[in-house]
Design a protein around this ligand. Structure first.
Ligand code: AMP
Ligand code: MG
Length: 420
């Protein structure tokens, strides 16, 4: 056994991770229908007007406002309906001089017109011969119910700034100016690999003494949800050779995440593998669950002195605990902020609700605890079973944090639950 000589606080772990993170520089061009949730790698300015033409904002009649002077319900103004125009059409007929054009929302404003009167403010006369006549019952003001050309976006307007997170509405703005593709930052490629002689892919037969790989899938799901591109590798056995080989295999990823083997048992060889291929930045955090977590810089294939072209700082490496709850908990707490910063995404802000605790919780002094809870009828109920139990998390709604200095939270205490 190689007991942890020291652990660092969760805050110190976060500081070291913040220091180590490098935002991705690679960019790629993606079609607009894949742009949602990505980060723009360049400013985009419009070269066109949106809308491209003045258009009706209501269904009704396009008029010359001056033609409606004095109109009221009691003494309406009668106008001749010279034409009808729908969306996608143009009309050569013009408004003014007693003529109006029946118009649909979004149709181009005909020449001569400077206002639209809503259909609700008009009355049919029933006269259709030789021309249809309509009664206008209100005075129209110039510009009324008209969408000006370029009112939304004018040429030169910035639609997206460099580094903008592409929300659905920003994707919409790009579509509005006719862009079919957009330059975005590449998603960080995250190599995931489970270590352990006992780990078997779901779907395969389970030999005696073996378990199905959980961590590869929880990590993959977290990484995909927070802007990364998960690249799963086959599980590695608990031998130094196998682990070093596994590190080398993951060499070209932007981040490497292993699970298992990061504790202090004789078969926990992550620290030894790191010693061969890089430098440890921390190993052991005063947190529960998730104490045996390692973070390192690795320089695969060449050892600590070798630098990979374009990667002078090596490749960040997370050694997560094998216990599924510990692994996932630290993925949320440590990997997510790191990955989002790397992907240039805004920080994740989970929702927090306050609720009284339904049952007393005993904690351990000296370790910051993330304790999972369910929220039922406004009450927070403990959900934590054990670090090895995935249901500690899968049946929880969120977690509460119990600082390292406290060892008990009494029933009825109002706690802040961070929701998943
Ligand atoms: P370790 O961190 O390697 O000492 O593993 C701690 C516990 O987690 C052991 O019970 C392992 O069998 C289990 N474990 C390790 N890796 C995985 C995995 N990928 N999926 C599910 N359980 C695992
Ligand atoms: Mg193991």
């Amino acid at each position: 056994m190689k007991p942890f000589t020291s652990t660092i606080s969760i805050d110190e772990a976060r500081r070291r991770l913040d220091d180590a993170v490098r935002a991705i520089e690679r960019t790629e061009r993606v079609p607009l229908d894949q742009a949602g949730g990505r980060v723009a790698a360049t400013e985009v300015a419009s070269e066109v007007d949106v809308p491209p033409f003045a258009r009706a904002a209501m269904d009704g009649y396009a008029v010359l406002a001056a033609d409606t002077a004095g109109a009221s319900k009691e003494s309406p103004v009668r106008l001749r309906v010279a034409a009808r125009v729908f969306t996608g059409e143009m009309t050569t007929a013009g408004a003014g001089g007693g003529d109006c054009i029946e118009i649909a929302t979004g149709a181009p404003l005909p020449s001569g017109a400077d206002a639209v009167v809503m259909v609700e403010e008009t009355r049919k006369t029933g006269e259709t011969s030789p021309d249809e006549l309509i009664e206008i019952m209100v005075v129209a003001h110039a510009g009324q119910h008209v969408g000006r050309r370029g009112a939304d976006i004018a040429p030169g307007d910035r639609v997206v700034a460099d580094g903008d997170w592409l929300t659905p509405s920003r994707v919409g703005a790009l579509a509005a100016i006719g862009r079919a593709t957009v330059e975005v930052f590449a998603k960080p490629r995250v190599a995931i690999l489970s270590t352990g002689n006992e780990v078997v892919e779901p779907g395969q037969p389970l030999p005696p003494g073996h378990i199905f790989d959980v961590n590869r899938f929880t990590l993959g799901a977290v990484i995909a949800a927070h802007g990364g591109l998960a690249e799963p590798h086959r599980p590695a056995h608990d031998s130094l050779d196998a682990l070093v080989r596994a590190l080398d295999e993951c060499a070209d990823a932007d981040v490497i995440v292993f699970s298992g083997g990061s504790s202090v048992g004789d078969r926990d060889l992550i620290a030894d593998a790191i010693a061969k291929r890089g430098e440890m930045i921390f190993h052991g955090i005063a947190v529960r669950p998730g104490k045996p977590t390692a973070f390192a810089r690795v320089y695969p294939s060449g050892g600590p002195s070798a630098t990979v072209p374009g990667k002078p700082h090596g490749t960040p490496f997370f050694g997560m605990p094998g216990n599924p709850t510990s692994c996932l908990s630290n993925a949320y707490i440590l990997l997510v902020p790191f990955l989002r910063a790397m992907a240039r995404l805004p920080p994740h802000r989970p929702r927090v609700v306050r609720a009284p605790l339904g049952r007393r919780i005993a904690s351990v002094v000296g370790r910051h605890q993330f304790y999972t809870v369910r929220v039922r009828d406004g009450v927070a109920l403990p959900s934590f079973k054990g670090s090895g139990d995935i249901t500690s998390l899968s049946q929880a709604d969120g977690y509460i944090e119990i600082p390292a200095t406290e060892n008990v939270v009494e029933e009825g205490t109002v706690v802040e639950v961070t929701l998943f």
